[in-house]
Every structure is written in structure tokens, then in C-alpha cells.
Write a protein that binds this ligand. Structure first.
Ligand code: 16G
Length: 286
């Protein structure tokens, strides 16, 4: 049986099944305008070699929720129908939906089905306060966690040498992490520090700044450069976004009170979650 869903932009439940007057389910324009196959068609979300099907289906739906194509309160088709539409097993659908529920993007309402959850307001991070990811999230009642992507002592890249004022003969301590808050991936950060400031990068687990504070080496001033970018496939996968999704790249160089640069962090931040806010004052006022 071929089961196709209507998408009616003016209804509340955008993905709810719509039955034609003759009682059959008929095809309509999918949410992204691709008429053939509709929003869940595997051709729109599945690529060989980019990970298990459930993860790719999950990313497809997750990206549509975070960029607003799927509005709050839209209903996902029931498991069996979604499996038909996406041409996958019900187990695959169940795992994808479980991940969406885990991320807080979808909620299951008893007896009613799965619905897109209203997203909270964006996180506003001040550009005038020097804060750490862990402290910032804690101040908002969120627990932070990190998945380690790389950690150790390495030969510095030219960017690192210039930012930190070290020579190519020196070693640089590098810690690259996927940063999450309440289990939701928020940013990828690669922090580089001179070896004498962080001789043992293995000590950095969740908070880099707490390790630096313990040795008196945390920055007290920083300069940040912000650039708009589109995520490459690998970065998008880590952040649960579609390849090419917009993000903010922030390069932070952090300084000790002596003026010595001791931190160079390049971070990729989800622009669907973060707003970076700067307060401006007229010259001469305080
Ligand atoms: C923030 C900083 C980053 C710093 C990290 C330390 C921005 C844009 N970046 O994410 O440069 O390395 O905090 O956080 O604010 P941690 O102490 O939790 O590791």
C-alpha cells in the first residue's frame, strides 16, 4: 500500500494525515516544495556512508524543527505510516523519534501521538563578559557535558603560533570538544594553549577554565572575532544539523593580566540556538 501525506501549510498540525473526500490518502506538495515523495522520502535525507538510517532520519526531522520548517505542535505521522513514507523499518522510526524526544524537540502525548515541541527562547550570550561555557550554562540552570574529539600536545599550526606567540618548535596543548547543554549539542570548540600553561591537557574534562583557574592561568581579557559560516558535513553531523546549515564561528584569543595570550579557541556555535548580544553606549557615558 502506498501511503502519502498531505501537507497543508494553513493547518495547525502540518504533518497530520489528510484524507481525501473519497477516503484515500493522496499526495500533495511536501514541505520543502519537492512534490515527489514528500518530506519523509528517503531521497531527501538518506545518503550512503553518512551513518545509520535512524540517525539520518533523525537529523532530517531535527533540522526541520530547528530551522522552523516544522512548526511547534505539528504532529508526526504515526510510527507505521512514517515507516512507510520513509521506506524504513518501524524500529528505525522508533529510534529516530526516541532521539528527538531525548533532545526535547518532540514530545509524545499519551493517546495522541508525537508532536513538535515549542522551543524555548534562544540563548543570549553577552559579548562584553568573559565567561566559560560551563559557567554560562550553569547560570541558566543547564548541565554541560563534553564529548572529547581530540586532546594532547601537538606541533602548532601557523594560526596557533601567531595567536599564542609561540614558535613552530614549541608544542601546543589542544583540546577539541563537542559541547552540549542538557544533552543537546551546542558547539564544537577547539582550544589551544601554550604547553607551559596547560602541560597536561588530559586534565581537561568538562571545564577548561576551571583547570586554568586552579593554576592561576585563566584569561582575564579576550578578543573575539565572529564570522558567519556554513557547516561542513562532519561538523553538521556532530551538531545534529543538516550539512550546510548556518552557524557562527568565533575565534577567541584570551590574555593574562600581563598581556600574554594564553588561549586560542575556535568555536562553531549553532546559530539556531545562540544569539550573541553586545551592549553599546554613547561615547562618554557609563
Ligand atoms: C566559552 C568560550 C571559549 C572557552 C570556553 C571555556 C565563547 C564564544 N567561547 O565557550 O573560548 O574556551 O568557554 O569553557 O564564549 P569551559 O571552561 O566550560 O571549558
Amino acid at each position: 500500500m502506498v501511503c502519502i501525506w498531505y501537507y497543508f501549510p494553513d493547518t495547525t498540525n502540518h504533518l497530520a494525515p489528510q484524507v481525501a473526500p473519497d477516503g484515500t490518502r493522496r499526495k500533495s506538495v511536501s514541505m520543502d516544495g519537492a512534490d515527489e515523495g514528500g518530506f519523509f522520502a528517503a531521497s531527501l535525507w538518506y545518503r550512503d556512508g553518512l551513518g545509520p538510517r535512524y540517525l539520518q532520519l533523525y537529523r532530517h526531522i531535527s533540522a526541520a524543527i530547528t530551522d522552523g520548517r516544522l512548526e511547534p505542535d505539528s504532529q508526526l505521522p504515526p510510527e507505521r505510516d512514517l515507516a512507510d513514507l520513509a521506506d524504513v523499518s518501524r524500529v528505525t522510526v522508533r529510534k529516530a523519534v526516541a532521539q528527538l524526544v531525548h533532545d526535547g524537540l518532540v514530545e509524545q502525548r499519551r493517546g495522541a501521538g508525537s508532536f513538535v515541541r515549542a522551543q524555548g527562547p534562544k540563548l543570549e550570550q553577552s559579548l562584553s563578559t568573559l565567561t566559560s561555557f560551563t559557567d554560562y550554562m550553569a547560570a541558566r540552570g543547564k548541565s554541560s557535558s563534553s564529548q572529547l574529539l581530540q586532546r594532547g600536545l601537538f606541533t602548532p599550526t601557523p594560526d596557533e603560533s601567531i595567536a599564542l606567540g609561540i614558535s613552530s618548535a614549541d608544542r601546543v596543548a589542544r583540546v577539541e570538544r563537542l559541547r552540549s547543554a542538557d544533552g543537546i549539542p551546542m558547539a564544537i570548540e577547539r582550544s589551544s594553549l601554550p604547553e607551559d600553561i596547560l602541560p597536561n591537557p588530559g586534565l581537561v574534562d568538562t571545564s577548561l577554565y576551571s583547570v586554568l583557574r586552579a593554576t592561576g592561568g585563566a584569561p582575564t581579557r579576550a578578543i573575539q572575532r565572529i564570522t558567519a559560516i556554513n557547516l561542513a558535513a562532519y561538523e553538521a553531523r556532530l551538531l545534529n544539523l543538516a550539512e550546510g546549515a548556518a552557524a557562527l564561528r568565533i575565534d577567541r584569543t584570551g590574555y593574562l593580566p600581563t598581556g600574554r595570550p594564553i588561549e586560542f579557541t575556535r568555536g562553531l556555535y549553532r546559530s539556531d540556538i545562540y544569539d550573541f548580544v553586545a551592549e553599546l553606549r554613547l561615547d562618554g557615558t557609563s
